[in-house]
Design a protein around this ligand. Structure first.
Ligand SMILES: C[S@@+](CC[C@H](N)C(=O)[O-])C[C@H]1O[C@@H](n2cnc3c(N)ncnc32)[C@H](O)[C@@H]1O
Length: 222
């Protein structure tokens, strides 16, 4: 197993074994709805080349792989080797074509212009402001011109319960990485990295938004 990649991001190597059961419990059984919504908004076509950043135990990556033809490809990366080990185990069990590797979002180990879609799910609230800026620039770099970034993550809360939950996490669980998300700053960070057409596609549970952003056909990175 490769070593944990050095990052200031909150990688979850130490709790990887708990991640799947805990996600199901903490989402009050709503994980499946969230995954189905993400898949719907991804609009995968069978030959797409897709990168899932901060893929965790690979639940979404594996769902994407099921939609691909042999010409398509999906790679999940995560800074936590134990997350990747679990994802690989799940992949072997399902005989999936999904590929997994240890890697960090702020320094993607891929060439420029190679992916049709970069997706990230519940990931950006694990990285601070500077790493968010670096990640969005890296996502821009590895996307093909005309490719898209799909982000599903915590956003400015729109219900009282969501406000309490979000700011509880920020101040009582001491997670400053949540600040940009809770203040609704993800779209401006994407635009600052050079993305065009940044928009919210949907909003779930008063706290999670789905964003789409495009790498223009001909433009320079920010
Ligand atoms: C909340 S989990 C989300 C996992 C998965 N995308 C999902 O939807 O279930 C966030 C993941 O980001 C990973 N992570 C944190 N910092 C990272 C970084 N700088 N680069 C790559 N992954 C990172 C953590 O190890 C963790 O697996």
């Amino acid at each position: 197993m490769s070593r944990t990649q050095l990052t200031r991001g909150r990688e979850l190597n130490h709790v990887a074994w708990l991640y799947d059961p805990l996600t199901e419990t903490l989402s009050f059984g709503r994980e499946q709805r969230f995954r189905i919504k993400t898949m719907e908004l991804l609009e995968v076509t069978p030959a797409d080349h897709i990168l899932d950043v901060g893929c965790g135990t690979g639940t979404l990556t594996l769902m994407i792989a099921d939609r691909l033809s042999p010409q398509g490809k999906v790679i999940g990366i995560d800074a936590a080797p134990k997350m990747i080990a679990i994802a690989e185990k799940k992949s072997r069990r399902r005989v999936s074509s999904a590929q997994f590797q240890v890697g960090i979002a702020e320094q993607l180990d891929f060439r420029d212009n190679v992916f049709d879609i970069v997706v990230n799910s519940m990931f950006t609230h694990h990285i601070d402001h500077d790493l968010k800026q670096r990640f969005f620039r890296e996502a821009w770099r590895v996307l093909k011109p005309g490719g898209r970034l799909i982000t599903a993550d915590i956003d400015r809360p729109t219900t009282v319960l969501a406000k309490v939950t979000g700011w509880f996490g920020r101040y009582l669980l001491l997670q400053p990485e949540l600040e940009d998300n809770l203040r609704g700053r993800l779209p401006e960070l994407m635009a600052a990295a050079g993305f065009a057409g940044v928009r919210r596609l949907a909003h779930l549970h008063g706290l999670i938004s789905f964003f789409r952003a495009e790498k223009p056909q001909q433009e320079r990175a920010a």
